[in-house]
Design a binder for this molecule. Structure first.
Ligand code: ADP
Ligand code: MG
Length: 323
């Protein structure tokens, strides 16, 4: 059956995911993409007891675990992003991610001792990937991997592979805000971090590119005027305090953008920009002073520059960064 537009919405990766095919839409292809995404969820989730990642975490300090080649692929790339960001993106900081996930859920601060203990369990250099055996090992008991910062990106890239295989000319994959536009240009909204979900700060027009946003405004809680959120600085074990509220990246690989967007939220603008430049990635930064900074390559793609008008931020400056 070939329709004009076909859309499928489904839960996975702890979020809502949408597949939209505009031309040559075929229900079988949409089903294949969904099936593939659910398989990836089953492999990567820390909430699924039999997942590759859960098994690695359970066996930390005990023995290496055989994993699917997809898991191996994502882990190797995640380690590389960890090195490129000097440890700001660190999948081995899973114990800290989990501690703060529970804190956000309960609205209570973890103890300083727990924060320090979890922080001490990270270790990019600890993670042992044995390619010949296809096994993964965390040497210390209690060490935890968390792919929450990269799994959706990988799954989105995989979805695009399926679309390309079937020569689908025009489609959008949106896995919880990790977006890939194939074919005709589309406008993708960027959330205004000072306002409620759905309020856009502006739109960006892209085609045949991925767009990924990581934002500290997304999940968290405020206590005594201070905000605690789900993007953790692995170096301190506390939520990141780089001054960036949101980082939107535009490039080719959704997996790379996903990892680096989370990492740059931690690294901040000054250290993040040269890294993105080297890798040919364009960016929109929104900081806690209400400034929206846009890399020069996006001039002409940024539409509807709306005002960021939270109570304290009546005036917002939009500006393009110098080349
Ligand atoms: P989302 O789109 O769900 O907000 P992000 O890509 O911004 O996801 O990643 C946030 C998730 O990544 C957290 O929920 C946690 O699981 C994990 N995480 C948090 N901080 C880091 C970090 N510094 N490095 C790697 N993963 C992280
Ligand atoms: Mg990410």
């Amino acid at each position: 059956m070939r329709n004009k537009v076909l859309q499928k919405i489904f839960p996975a990766f702890g979020t809502i995911n949408t597949i939209t095919l505009y031309d040559n839409a075929d229900l079988d292809i949409v089903q294949q993409i969904k099936k593939r995404a659910l398989e990836q969820h089953q492999r990567f989730s820390v909430f699924e007891s039999g997942s590759d990642i859960s098994r690695i975490n359970e066996q930390a300090g005990r023995k290496p675990v055989s994993v699917h080649q997809d898991t191996f692929f994502v882990l190797s790339h995640a380690l590389a992003y960890g090195r490129q960001t000097q440890g700001a993106f660190d999948i081995t900081s899973g114990a800290s991610s989990r501690l703060w996930r529970e804190a956000i859920y309960s609205g209570k601060l973890p103890s300083e001792a727990d924060i320090a203990e979890c922080c001490g369990l990270k270790g990019l250099n600890d993670l042992i990937l044995d390619k010949a055996d296809g096994t993964v090992f965390l040497p210390r008991k209690g060490q935890q991997i968390d792919l929450g910062g990269i799994a959706k990106g990988y799954a989105a890239d995989e979805a695009v592979q399926i679309l390309k295989k079937y020569k689908i000319p025009n489609a959008v994959i949106n896995f919880g805000g990790t977006v890939v536009v194939l074919g005709k240009a589309k406008r993708i909204g960027i959330q205004n971090p000072f306002q409620k979900s759905g309020e856009r700060m502006g739109d960006i027009e892209i085609k045949n590119k991925a767009v990924v946003t990581s934002g500290s405004y997304e999940r968290g809680f405020t206590l005594k005027g201070r905000r605690y959120h789900h993007i953790i600085d692995p170096r301190t074990g506390w939520p990141a305090e780089s001054g960036l509220l949101s980082v939107t990246l535009i490039g080719d690989s959704a997996m790379e953008l996903d990892g680096l967007a989370t990492g740059v939220c931690v690294l901040g603008e000054q250290k993040g920009l040269p890294l993105l430049k080297r890798r040919g990635i364009e960016a929109v930064f929104i900081n806690d002073a209400g400034e929206v900074k846009i890399t020069p390559g996006l001039q002409g793609n940024m539409l509807q520059k709306r005002r960021v008008c939270g109570a304290e931020f009546r005036k917002t400056k939009f500006f393009f960064l110098k080349k």
